[in-house]
Design a protein around this ligand. Sequence first.
Ligand code: PAF
Length: 274
Amino acid sequence: MKTFSDPQKLQKWSEARRLAGARIALVPTMGALHEGHLSLIAAAKRRGADEIVVSVFVNPTQFGPKEDYAQYPRDHRADAAKCRRAGATAIFFPTPANMYAPDHSVWVVEDGALSDCLCGARRPGHFRGVCTVVAKLFNLVRPHLAVFGQKDFQQATIIRRMVRDLNFGIDIVVAPIVREPSGLARSSRNAYLSDAERANALALSQSLAALKPGSWAAQKRRTERYLAAHGLKVDYVEAVDAETLAPVKSVRKGVAVLLAAFDGKTRLIDNRLF
Ligand code: PAF
């Protein structure tokens, strides 16, 4: 497995592999890799990628000033070992300084149709940071396909739109949520949870599992009550059209139910696509 930290070296290598006819996959991550991330590498493999590039970068521009940028878990050595075992062929560990020039001034911004709601409404500037760094990674790697997780449902929807609207010509694959045996969605942020918080967090997947097709209003109230009864502070509970993220009044095929809640100080998200 190749290791890069210099963006230009990665770009040169990837371009040479592309010219040699290799099918290139990109798996963008912020590291602290878990089985959810490894499933993204597996999805790239199943799609016949010859080169699977995993980027590991805690992107400062997608964190708000009061968020967990400084304490976000970082373990390059463990991440590299996991990537190697999972079959990645290259790993990219850039630094903030080599990703962003001191006078960086050009951003990729979704105009709000998809990013003013849900996490975008609670985390101002988050999707500007995500779109910008993902666009930069696309330009560095020029992959044929890129794999994202369904757990970040709104992110995947916005990236798909960015790829369509800016003609990146990259196939976006969205891999299903990977859960612990308890049902808890795998997340690097689960590492922050105490045992008691971990037990409370199960209310997220349990309440999603209890949902049924049909009218949303009563199910929304029931879900909010269930999360609160398990000690979670609800950030949002929404049913939306999976393509447009517009709120809907009933749960049916093509609808995603998205949850965000604070478990102690940790903000957790989960979702279910009908
Ligand atoms: O989903 C993530 O881990 C990040 O938002 C991403 C896509 C790697 C961009 O920093």
